[in-house]
Design a protein around this ligand. Structure first.
Ligand SMILES: [Zn+2]
Length: 218
């Protein structure tokens, strides 16, 4: 029988694999084992609820974490640069990872711009963030995607959440979430899928779950 492991939080005994537990690699190459996946989802849900209850504190926490990370990177510059260079060299040899990386860069750029200017306007460099494109106002036109990958991700990412909680995190309306999860929608617009991923903090998933080949199906 395969090796099992007890979650230090809920005490559930599960197969000792990365599928069932959070793992991290230590600097010396050994593996650190954390809580079970259901506990991680519960903690992430609790965290989201705390943040929703006190958005000002959530913003302060975010700033503090960003400042700590910046300080750490500044103190460890050569190691950070070497690690980044290694990561980049591996990444650029894999076309799929390059595509995901480019999409992430575009969306990050667009999100930063929106945060800075409060504007959704495309500005002077549309090619930089082309994939994050709103359908024309009041129009049903625009690219339609197979709803399957988005629905599978919603189920996996938000197990046991209420429709309105999912709707709020993803920035899509509650009726839409219900119809997606009920299987009433076979197709979903690129705009809605993209918005859900971006709002849920996973903008790179659009490129991963909907590679360009598939997104090109009108
Ligand atoms: Zn657990």
């Amino acid at each position: 029988m395969d090796e099992t492991r007890r979650c230090p939080r809920c005490r559930a005994e599960l197969p000792k694999t990365g599928e069932h537990f959070e793992t991290r690699k230590r600097a010396n190459g050994s593996v650190w084992w954390g809580y079970c996946r259901p506990c991680l989802r519960e903690l992430s849900r609790e965290k989201y609820r705390r943040m929703r209850a006190d958005p000002e504190r959530a913003a302060r926490d975010r700033q503090r974490r960003a400042a700590n990370a910046r300080r750490w990177r500044n103190r460890n510059r050569p190691a950070v640069a070497a690690s980044h260079a290694r990561w980049y060299e591996t990444m650029r040899t894999d076309p799929e990872r390059v595509a995901a990386y480019n999409a992430r860069q575009r969306m990050g750029f667009r999100l930063r711009r929106e945060q800075a200017t409060g504007s959704l306007e495309v500005g002077h460099f549309p090619a930089l963030y082309e994939p994050y494109k709103a359908a024309p106002n009041g129009s049903k036109a625009g690219q339609m995607l197979d709803a399957g990958p988005l629905v599978a991700w919603l189920r996996d990412r938000f197990p046991g959440w209420t429709m309105d909680e999912i709707a709020e995190v993803c920035g899509i309306d509650e009726a839409g979430v219900r119809r997606l999860l009920n299987g009433q929608y076979r197709r979903v617009s690129l705009h809605v899928a993209d918005r859900a991923f971006v709002n849920a903090g996973a903008p790179h998933l659009l490129a991963i779950l909907y590679p360009l080949r598939e997104a090109a199906v009108a």
